[in-house]
Write a protein of this length. Structure first.
Length: 287
């Protein structure tokens, strides 16, 4: 697809979509040079579209059809309608301009089929596989937009995605429980004597707190590793990892003693903007 193919408002459409649904990544993209920023926003808009499928359908089949459209589009099997879709048009441009691999994008869409069903996440290993194919893949693709691929960036992306994904699961527990959806590994619930029905009923129990404490510990380990690896990648890559500063702030907030895990505690946009701006000027992300 040529550069002239995207609709004229496709860039603004992607930016608005990411700003509305993934504010930390939107803010992080603002610190990238303009060409890279456009590609990052296309990538993040694609992720928003995939993640939102779950909330846009009432049955799994229509959701699978929507996800299949994206995998077909990425494999070149969708033509006319792809040109009319601003996110698809921008994503195809980013793939071409930055030589992004298509396979992890398709795998990301495939992995989110799990979201369409109410099957419990079976084990911690299964959760890590899910997060590696979604959150970690997104960090890795963003890093490839910022600089040529490297083993160090891939390693950093894996830990960054695992930290971010676990934190999001803890933060989204009120919404997921209300939908009878369980991303907390069943293995951990069983080992701590926490029943699924108690979670779905929104019961705050010591057993559930033990599960969340273990998951928090996992997230902290991955975050510590990711932040230590920042020094091993070029400064030009680090804007892709600025969302880690928000992960760190969220983890601190979600770990407060006495917090009710079923009470939503979203971070305000102003606080998010301040967190990422401060990180963008810190030695951690610039030197």
């Amino acid at each position: 697809m040529s550069s002239a193919a995207p609709p004229p408002d496709s860039v603004a459409f992607c930016a608005d979509l990411v700003r509305s649904h993934d504010f930390p990544r939107y803010v992080a993209a603002l610190f990238a040079p303009s060409a890279e920023r456009r590609a990052l926003l296309a990538l993040y808009a694609f992720n928003v579209e995939i993640v939102r499928v779950r909330d846009q359908v009432s049955q799994p089949l229509p959701g699978e059809i929507r996800l299949q459209w994206w995998t077909d589009m990425l494999s070149g099997h969708v033509h006319g309608s792809a040109e009319g879709n601003p996110v698809a048009a921008e994503l195809l441009r980013a793939i071409r301009d930055f030589d992004l691999p298509v396979e992890p994008l398709s795998l990301l869409a495939d992995e989110h089929q799990f979201d369409l069903y109410n099957d419990p996440m079976p084990t911690l290993t299964a959760l890590e596989g899910y997060l590696a194919a979604t959150c970690s893949a997104l960090f890795a693709l963003a890093a490839r937009i910022m600089a040529p691929p490297s083993e160090a960036a891939e390693h950093l992306a894996r830990h960054a995605g695992l930290a971010q994904g676990i934190v999001q699961i803890i933060a989204n527990l009120p919404r997921d429980a209300a939908h009878r959806q369980l991303f907390l590994p069943q293995q951990l619930l069983t080992s701590h004597g926490c029943g699924m029905e108690d979670v779905f009923a929104g019961k705050e129990t010591p057993n559930l707190h033990a599960v969340l404490e273990q998951l928090t510990g996992e997230a902290e380990q991955h975050l510590t590793t990711a932040l230590s690896l920042l020094a091993q990648v070029p400064a030009s890559v680090r804007p892709a990892f600025l969302p880690l500063s928000q992960v760190r702030a969220d983890l601190k907030r979600l770990s407060r003693p006495g917090r009710n895990p079923f009470t939503p505690q979203p971070s305000s946009r102003l606080r998010t903007l301040w967190t990422l701006w401060r990180a963008s000027r810190s030695r951690e992300f610039t030197k």
